[in-house]
Ligand binder design. Structure first.
Ligand code: PLP
Length: 365
């Protein structure tokens, strides 16, 4: 088995101590296990900078998309209308979810290297009183662009609408003052910046908005309100939970705290990202997103114009030397992506740059 580190934004490289937690088989109805769930929920509220009873946290089985689908299909009712601000495929996935569930929605789409404008959203809300909910991605993993959820949340709240944020690839890796910005529902998952393994998503919810979702859900297993009711009672998940993943996640939170919390993790990620972009620029790779909108999580690069290059060949070369990069996902250009989150440090970024420099040298010879 070849061992390599993941420069992909989830699943990502985790510590051995996080992986080791999964060596225990835990019973789901056991009190100790339920206490772990409750502890995780409490810690998630702390990480979001919010408190009970105004906010509450719900864990949901499945990958991140299940969490987003749970929120959209559990909180948006038949008479409601959703506005989605999208600048990448994760934003557009929310439209797919809405279409599948028969949720009435409008999409405000911008180019993948630009960000949705809060002023435009404000105008749309003024002109369209039927809009009840607004949904947007924070860190668009498609390109690496970072959206201004603060500005958008503020206009959405001022207009009295519900704000839903997909912060899948940023929560835990960047400070998001959820309460201060007025976010009603924010979704992330176990295998991104908290550095756990895949298996569940979590949603931090404004309690009154969640209580209003009673009986709204269009799905049984993704019913956010029912899941919360059950979990809130005594920490029991409604249906079988990914026990090993939950234990690993609790350890991942302890390790996030030991690192110094979100501020310290953000500093490490930002430094990784800076070294990556500087190093690859020197080799002729230009970032797809301009510095004003580039986030600290993942970066999309164009191939150098004067060199021909196949992703598969470059990928294999790098993988044999210890790292896995990611294909591009933007639709209008030939690109590849490098994530810099997970158990990844500045020296990994330097190694990657050196591997790529060797790759070019070998190709030129
Ligand atoms: C990872 C991610 C998701 C969820 O993807 P899954 O494959 O379902 O885990 C959703 N939105 C964003 C922005 C993501 O980065």
């Amino acid at each position: 088995m070849i061992q390599y580190k993941l420069l992909t934004p989830g699943p990502l490289t985790t510590t051995d101590t996080v992986k080791r937690e999964m060596m225990v088989d835990h019973c789901t109805w056991d009190d100790d296990y339920k206490q772990i769930t409750q502890w995780i929920r409490k810690k998630l509220l702390e990480l979001a900078g919010v408190k009970e009873p105004e906010y509450t946290a719900v864990l949901m089985q499945g990958s991140g998309t299940f969490g987003v689908e749970s929120v959209l299909t559990s909180t948006i009712g038949d008479g409601d209308h959703l506005l989605i601000a999208a600048n990448g495929s994760y934003g557009l996935r929310m439209r797919e979810i809405a279409d599948h569930a028969g949720i009435s929605c409008t999409v405000y789409e911008t180019a993948y290297d630009e960000i949705p404008d809060a002023v435009v959203i404000q105008k749309m809300l003024e002109d369209n009183p039927q809009i009840t909910h607004v949904a947007m991605v924070h860190s668009e993993t498609t390109s690496g662009v970072l959206n201004d959820i603060e500005a958008v949340s503020r206009v959405v709240k001022a207009a009295g609408r519900i704000m839903i944020v997909d912060a899948m690839s940023s929560f835990g890796g960047m400070e998001i003052p959820v309460g201060e910005w007025g976010i009603d529902f924010i979704v992330s998952s176990a295998n991104k910046c908290i550095q756990g393994v895949p298996g569940f998503s979590f949603i931090i919810c404004r309690r009154d908005a969640l209580e209003a979702a009673k009986g709204v859900a269009r799905s049984l297993s993704l019913d956010l309100y029912d899941q919360w009711k059950c979990m809130e009672a005594d920490g029991k998940w409604r249906y079988t939970s990914p026990t090993h993943v939950v234990l690993a996640f609790a350890q991942a939170i302890r390790e996030l705290e030991a690192e110094g919390g979100i501020a310290a993790r953000h500093a490490r990620y930002a430094e990784n990202n800076r070294i990556l972009i500087e190093g690859l620029k020197q080799l002729g790779f230009r970032p797809y997103v301009g510095p004003e909108h580039q986030g600290p999580i993942i970066t999309t690069f164009f191939y150098p114009e004067d060199k021909c290059c196949s992703f598969q060949e470059m990928y294999s070369y790098i993988k044999e030397r210890g790292y896995a990069i990611y294909p591009g996902k933007v639709t209008d250009a030939e690109t590849f992506r490098v994530g810099n989150i997970g158990e990844i440090y500045p020296e990994d970024m330097e190694k990657l740059c050196a591997i790529l420099a060797d790759y070019w040298k070998e190709k030129e010879n």
